[in-house]
Design a protein around this ligand. Structure first.
Ligand code: DQA
Length: 141
């Protein structure tokens, strides 16, 4: 399978950003490990990050017809973006929603997601391991 891993706004700051919540690994560290894990699992993965909602929507559109699964941590857009939800539904690519932190143990505005009811699975609170867990799940499909 071809898997697209999308990280949204502020996730480029991983390692520096609130490390007590998000861990000390940078996004590059995480992505390198995910590329290695993907080839172990027989998957091909591509990692994409953007701070811009429109760019994320466009990247999802580009995945149409060439991507089997999407793993997405939409960051704060999770809680606000009808546009990202509509893009995922528009391309009809099954997706797994990932959050590093346990969003349900945090502010109430993080409890609501525009993606969860359409996701194959939702993983939160496992840190960077959440992305690996999503890859393993996809590899077994
Ligand atoms: C996050 C949780 C979101 O609420 C937050 O806005 C993020 C990161 C996570 O990975 O835990 O940017 O998606």
């Amino acid at each position: 399978y071809k898997v697209l891993i999308i990280n949204g706004p502020n996730l480029n700051l991983l390692g520096k950003r609130e490390p007590h919540i998000y861990g000390s690994q940078t996004l590059d560290d995480i992505n390198l490990a995910l590329v290695a894990k993907s080839s172990e699992l027989g998957l091909r993965c591509e990692c994409y990050q953007s701070n811009s909602e429109g760019e994320i929507v466009s990247r999802i559109h580009e995945a149409m017809g060439n991507t089997d699964y999407i793993i997405i941590n939409a960051g704060a857009y999770t809680h606000t973006s009808v546009a990202i939800r509509d893009a995922l539904l528009g391309v009809a690519i099954p997706f797994v929603e990932v959050h590093l932190s346990n969003v349900h143990a945090r502010e109430t505005f993080r409890h609501q997601s525009y993606l969860s009811d359409k996701a194959l699975a939702v993983i939160c609170g496992l840190g960077a391991y959440g992305y690996e867990a999503a890859l393993s799940f996809i590899a077994k499909k």
